[in-house]
Design a protein around this ligand. Structure first.
Ligand SMILES: C[S@@+](CC[C@H](N)C(=O)[O-])C[C@H]1O[C@@H](n2cnc3c(N)ncnc32)[C@H](O)[C@@H]1O
Length: 289
């Protein structure tokens, strides 16, 4: 091997080592992982196992909020599978919100067979009545088969009108009193809020969710267990300090939501979950306001 070649190779090694170190050092203090679904769902599954236990009636034609949406994949899938009227995904990390919009565009592109107008999803019917003249996006391919089974083609809607994303720190934002939702999801987010903003942050999260729900509204909660806090407690000085001061345990969330926050009922839908990857066997609780 020539000297030049040796030199170039070793420079390459240095560079790739630097890249590896950079990757290794990347921390995600809010659970704002870049490739979350890569390791949560795996390649072998056709859909997130959680989608199988969620019920259509909680989402169909409903206004929904997904707190901590990460790259938006589950938000988009919920919109498609259950036919939300609208779903807003919010995340503290603006990069994840960009990823979410990227995924939304990719999804629409994949599913668009052309711009042949399809007759009348519910939303579209309204628009046609308003004479807006908007055309409808047609969906195709494998996923469409699934959607079509649940929503006849007459109900396919333009995803861009249904799904949106926003950067927001949910526990520190002011939510204007007017806006309310029918269904709110908070999946695998409580640990991050609890570690970053302590017991106060957690109670703020629950109280805000209750305020933002309409009477009869649904709150879908997937809390991480206490033992999993330990592996993430040192992601920042803040989380390390909060970890020691946290008094509330995830096992108490249900009681707090019912007795202190004011939810009327709870249903544990965990038993229907199958195929979750190791480390992601978490309960899913559904509360009604
Ligand atoms: C582990 S991921 C869960 C993603 C998704 N909900 C799911 O279960 O598939 C947690 C997400 O919550 C977001 N997050 C953490 N704290 C937040 C806050 N205070 N406000 C909004 N999003 C937050 C993180 O950025 C991250 O994307």
């Amino acid at each position: 091997m020539s000297k030049w070649r040796e030199g170039r190779d070793s420079m390459g090694d240095d560079e790739s080592q630097k890249q590896k170190n950079k990757k290794r050092k990347q921390v995600f203090p809010y659970g704002n992982y870049k490739s979350y679904y890569g390791y949560r769902i795996g390649q072998d599954l056709d859909e997130d196992p959680r989608l199988k236990v969620l019920r259509k009636e909680w989402f169909e034609d409903k206004e929904c909020l997904d707190i901590g949406c990460n790259n938006g994949i589950i938000t988009i899938q919920i919109a498609q599978k259950f036919g939300c009227r609208s779903i807003l995904g919010i995340d503290i990390d603006s990069d994840r919100v960009k990823d979410a919009y990227w995924n939304l565009k990719k999804n629409v592109r994949l599913k668009t067979t052309g711009n042949k107008p399809v007759k009348a999803p519910k939303l579209q019917d309204k628009e046609q009545a308003d004479d807006s003249g908007n055309s409808v996006t047609t969906l195709s391919n494998v996923d469409t088969k699934e959607i079509s089974q649940e929503h006849p083609s007459s109900e396919l809607v333009d995803l861009f009108k249904v799904v949106s994303f926003k950067q927001e720190n949910f526990v520190q934002s002011w939510h204007p009193p007017g806006k309310q939702f029918d269904t709110i999801l908070c999946l695998s987010v409580t640990k991050w809020i609890h570690l970053n903003w302590g017991d106060d942050g957690l109670i703020t999260l629950f109280a805000e969710i209750w305020k933002l729900l309409r009477p009869g509204g649904i709150f879908v909660l997937e809390p991480q267990p206490w033992k999993s806090y330990e592996s993430n407690r040192n992601v920042s000085e803040t989380t390390a300090a909060n970890y020691h001061n946290i008094l509330i345990r995830p096992a108490e969330f249900q009681e707090i939501l019912l007795d202190k926050i004011g939810f009327r009922t709870v249903e544990d839908i965990t038993s229907g979950l199958t195929g979750s990857k190791t480390g992601f066997n978490r309960p899913i609780l559904v509360f009604r306001k």
